[in-house]
Design a protein around this ligand. Structure first.
Ligand SMILES: NC(=O)c1ccc[n+]([C@@H]2O[C@H](COP(=O)([O-])OP(=O)(O)OC[C@H]3O[C@@H](n4cnc5c(N)ncnc54)[C@H](O)[C@@H]3O)[C@@H](O)[C@H]2O)c1
Length: 349
């Protein structure tokens, strides 16, 4: 005997991402702005001059990736229960990717899901984390292992926030911009080669192109069954580097920058990228003071660590390989010998 539940997909989750000076917006509902003390100290007054609501609350959680965890999620949930938020209430994620991911996650679980809006304040979160509805938190088993796909209602990207961003954090965001250009858009890559991202107008244009690229990818494959995985270019290697250095030495974007250089080397080895194209990516990363070298002490241990990545299975590793500039291939079918020989090259630095 079978009972069928005819669940037709009638919900349109489309949303707009506005890249401009934050407009004045009023919400006729209960709203909580979720942020951390650093972002609040720098920018909350500006935000409050733009955002108003029927009832407005501020919830702060400690700053840092190490607080992207259940305790912080509980702080946010408790505040929502105390203020009697209901299913029509809304959250605003105001901060970098850590705040964005956690706020989105709480929005996805509070009373089985409420709306949230993203107002990202780091370059990385403006070009990447705030777009596409991946939300989550870390636990002792690893990063982002708990979460949900929950799209925001809207995202407001105001480059004004980036004026206070430390240079290294800015560079980490540039790495993710380069990632999108190398894998999807050669013209964008050439734009970045000529561009000076310190110029506000040029930066705004680069943010727009990166967001457009990610939006196009997410629109094709929201839940990462295929092409969305290409956005993990540089991450397979990068995660091992972060793991080996205990997440202390490199910012995520910096590890991704080195990871892209390694993936390029693999691509050159496979005949999918020219040596000079790999060099151009290297030069672009260096232009923003991103690291491009890493001394692999033990190649077989580095190789084994690939299998801890949640995108790898027990027996295969998924690699995102650039194809020239502007193309990409997702494969889990590369000979271990080839990978190890590429890793050996980084062992000789
Ligand atoms: N959901 C996704 O698709 C996605 C994609 C990429 C990364 N991520 C996640 O994003 C997180 C990394 O994001 P991040 O790089 O923004 O890190 P982050 O949120 O930790 O921010 C970096 C630092 O900058 C501070 N900061 C934020 N805005 C600032 C400003 N305007 N001026 C000065 N300082 C400011 C933060 O308080 C923090 O100390 C990771 O947890 C990663 O897993 C998610």
């Amino acid at each position: 005997m079978q009972v069928n539940i005819p669940l037709k997909k009638t919900i349109d989750n489309s949303y707009n991402i506005t890249i401009d000076t934050l407009p004045k917006v009023h919400f006729d509902t209960k709203v909580a702005i979720v942020t951390n003390p650093k972002v609040a100290g720098l920018h909350l007054a500006y935000l409050l001059s733009k955002i108003s609501a029927k009832e407005l609350y501020i919830i702060t959680v400690p700053d840092g990736e190490e607080y992207k965890n259940q305790q912080s999620v509980d702080i946010i949930l408790e505040s929502l229960f105390n203020h009697r938020f209901n299913r029509k209430s809304m959250l605003i994620a105001f901060g970098g990717g850590v705040i964005g991911d956690m706020t989105g996650y709480v929005a996805s679980i509070y009373q089985r899901g409420i709306d949230f809006i993203g107002i990202p304040t780091t370059l990385l979160s403006q070009v990447d984390a705030s777009v596409g509805g991946k939300t989550g938190m870390n636990n002792t088993y690893g990063k982002n292992l708990i979460g949900a796909f929950h799209q925001p209602k809207a995202v407001y990207i105001d480059p004004h926030f980036l004026t206070t961003l430390p240079a290294r954090e800015f560079g980490a965001g540039v790495a993710e911009v380069v990632k999108m250009a190398v894998t999807f858009d050669k013209d964008f890559f050439e734009f970045l080669e000529k561009a000076d991202l310190k110029d506000e107008k040029v930066l705004q244009e680069a943010i727009k192109k990166a967001v457009q690229t990610k939006a196009d990818v997410v629109a094709q494959d929201e839940k990462e069954h295929g092409i969305r995985a290409a956005l993990n270019y540089g991450h397979t290697f990068g995660h091992v580097i972060e793991n080996e250095t205990k997440y202390k030495h490199f910012l995520h974007g910096e590890a991704v920058a080195i990871g892209m250089v390694m993936a390029n080397e693999l691509s050159v080895e496979l005949g999918l990228m020219q040596e000079d194209e790999a060099q151009r990516v290297d030069m672009l990363l260096k232009k923003y003071d991103l690291p491009t070298t890493y001394d692999i002490k033990d190649t077989s241990s580095f190789y084994d660590t690939f299998f801890l990545d949640k995108k790898s299975s027990d027996s295969s590793i998924t690699f995102i390989i650039p194809v020239g500039l502007g193309g990409v291939k997702i494969t889990d079918d590369i000979d271990a010998d080839i990978i190890l020989s590429v890793l050996e090259k980084f062992g000789k630095n």
